[in-house]
Write a protein of this length. Structure first.
Length: 81
């Protein structure tokens, strides 16, 4: 029983850390998006590249962290059975 509680605490810690990473990504990507839009007006090629890179990082970053969070929640549900 103590092992289950320890495992649940470990998985919950992973979930909290992954949500923190998602917030950090949003904090960094929001200003970068503004820079990309401004740059797109001034230098369309570079602005487009910055925006493309930002979209790729945003999608991959949130997708991966969301998948990990989902997996850890499933593991917690299995522990509680």
């Amino acid at each position: 029983m103590a092992d289950r509680a320890a495992e649940r605490a470990r998985l919950t810690g992973y979930i909290v850390a992954s949500r923190r990473v998602q917030r950090q990504l949003a904090t960094v990507l929001a200003p970068l998006g503004a820079v990309g839009l401004i740059l797109a007006v001034w230098q369309p090629l570079w602005g487009g590249l910055v925006l493309l890179a930002e979209v790729i990082v945003a999608i991959c970053g949130f997708w991966v962290t969301a998948a990990h969070i989902s997996d850890w929640k499933m593991q917690i549900a299995r522990l509680e059975r």
